[in-house]
Ligand binder design. Structure first.
Ligand code: FRU
Length: 527
């Protein structure tokens, strides 16, 4: 391992890219990160471990970095938690609180935190060529970690067996641990069971299904009540796929179904008709088939989303990696590169007879707390109409992240568009457009600023969107290099990175092809 990469980054680059550093999204201080790992709430703190290269700004030397937060918005980075060595890289995985001391790593009074991670074995290892599941544990509330000397605890002699997510399950066989992991190149989620986290028994597998043209990675499986009804609980299986996501490259799909302690069975309403063609033979048919799958996010930059263990009040909170393997290593920032999405709370709701996920971003709490969350523009006192015209939104506090919240009756308008990070002429910027005829919400970053660092970065993505009583409801979280859109109360989510030109900070709303009624519109600084 070497630290040559950081030394090679000129001071001018550091300075030029510091303005892209997000205000409310987690980045490592001055290194590379990818997947969130080991998300766990313990002792009043949210722990975020993450795939980290402690020695550079591109993927490599994979280790688990570590940060903690009390509110999922302000993070403190700590020393590397689990470091790679000559024999293994530390790939993605999860952390559980071993309350019953089933592993024997802690005591009944002081449970250990146990990390279940993937050992990606290197040439120096006797297991070279395989990926297997290993344990590390912490008896000081997650601050320092020891690898278990019986590692690996689960091998299939496979080169692509990884990303274990473990949770506690109470069923017919009593309480035990369930692991979901992947055989990435076979598009399979594999399920195992254990009493002590050390010896594992195979249960079943699931897949291929829906988006199956790329590797399956970073699965998660958890129950949620449908519309808060305790008598109607469904299981959600998240499966990240790379490449082959709906917006291209990496993305997260999900299935809704049942889990009986052995097997996950998807509801019929969660399965798309198979495309029957490859994207190479018939790109249009393959793209149409992908639109039928269930996506956590329809944008380019939300991958490897997994949920917290032991989140308070039974909440189900996920964080994703705000990036895409298509161009991740080339993002124009250094020495830090990549960030996480905002934390998002998941719920299930019934839509047209099928249970579907909705997501709410975790934002600073009371809007009344002026210091944290100053309301800088509020026009919701009186609704107003716009016909074939543009409206300049009030500026956020210069340099701040902000949220635009709007409820718009789209009326006779053919297009309602938010132009974000715009210039004074109104030409450059990131465009978020509701197309009435297509019933689509479209995010277009082709003119968003620096898009030239990779040929796959300029992009346009479309998500199906159904108006509710004629209304388009948007929450748009804008940080220094990202746009996260939560539409229709979180039923449709789109996340894109953008790297705007210096000084392009204006936001405008444009209505064309008719008249729309702006019911509410607020811009709030989020610092
Ligand atoms: C997903 C992933 C995982 C793997 C990790 C390696 O982005 O490829 O499957 O464990 O990243 O960094």
């Amino acid at each position: 391992m070497s630290s040559c990469l950081d030394a090679a980054i000129p001071e001018t680059t550091r300075h030029a890219t510091s303005r892209f550093r997000p205000a409310i999204h987690f980045t490592a201080r001055d290194t590379w990160l990818n997947d969130p790992n080991g998300l766990v709430y313990y002792g009043g703190l949210y722990h975020l471990f993450f795939q980290n290269n402690p020695y550079g700004s591109v993927w490599g030397n994979m280790s688990w970095g570590h940060a903690t937060s009390r509110d999922l918005l302000h993070w403190t980075e700590h020393p590397v938690a689990i470091a790679c060595d000559e024999e293994e890289d530390i790939f993605s995985g999860s952390v559980v609180v071993d309350h019953g001391n089933t592993s024997g790593f802690g005591t009944a009074d002081h449970p250990a935190l146990v990390a279940i991670y993937t050992s990606a074995y290197k040439a120096a290892s006797e297991h070279h060529g395989t990926q297997a599941q290993s344990l590390a544990y912490s008896t000081d509330a997650g601050m320092t970690w020891r690898k278990y000397d019986g590692n690996p605890v689960l091998s299939r002699n496979s080169a692509h067996f990884r990303d274990p997510k473990v949770f506690r399950y109470q069923g017919e066989r009593g309480a035990g641990w369930i692991m979901v992991a992947v055989e990435a190149q076979h598009q399979k989620v594999v399920l195992y069971r254990s009493d002590d986290l050390k010896s594992w028994e195979f249960l079943s597998d699931f897949g291929p299904a829906n988006a199956d043209q790329g590797e399956w990675e970073c699965p998660d499986l958890f129950p949620l009540m449908v519309d808060g009804d305790p008598d109607n609980t469904k299981w959600v299986l998240i499966v990240n796929v790379n490449p082959g996501a709906v917006a291209g490259g990496s993305g997260g799909q999900y299935f809704v179904g049942t889990f009986d302690g052995v097997r996950f069975v998807p509801d019929a309403g969660s399965l798309a008709a198979p495309a029957g063609v490859s994207a190479l033979d018939d790109p249009a048919a393959a793209a149409a088939a992908l639109q039928q799958c269930l996506w956590l996010d329809w944008g380019r930059d939300c991958y490897a989303s997994v949920s917290f263990s032991d989140a308070p009040d039974g909440r189900r909170i996920i964080i994703g990696w705000m990036n895409n393997w298509d161009y991740a290593n080339q993002l124009p920032t250094a020495p830090w590169r990549s960030s996480m999405t905002l934390a998002r709370e998941l719920r299930l709701t019934e839509i047209n007879g099928s249970a579907r996920l909705i997501q709410q971003p975790v934002l600073p709490p009371a809007r009344a707390e002026e210091a944290v969350h100053a309301v800088i523009g509020q026009m919701d006192a009186v609704a107003f109409d716009l016909r074939d015209s543009a409206f300049r939104l009030p500026d956020a506090v210069p340099g701040s992240a902000h949220i635009i919240e709007a409820e718009i009756l789209t009326g006779s308008a053919s297009h309602v568009a938010f132009h974000l990070f715009g210039d004074s002429e109104g030409s450059a910027g990131t465009l978020l457009t509701y197309h009435a005829a297509a019933n689509q919400l479209v995010l277009d970053r082709r003119l968003s600023g620096n898009t030239g660092f990779h040929e796959k970065f300029p992009s346009v993505e479309a998500a199906p969107l159904v108006l509710e009583d004629g209304a388009l409801k948007l929450q748009i979280v804008v940080d220094h290099c990202s746009v996260e859109v939560f539409a229709q109360d979180g039923k449709v989510v789109l996340t894109d990175l953008v790297f705007p030109e210096e000084g392009h900070t204006g936001n405008r709303l444009t209505v064309s092809g008719g008249q729309a009624t702006i019911r509410t519109l607020t811009v709030t600084a989020l610092n």
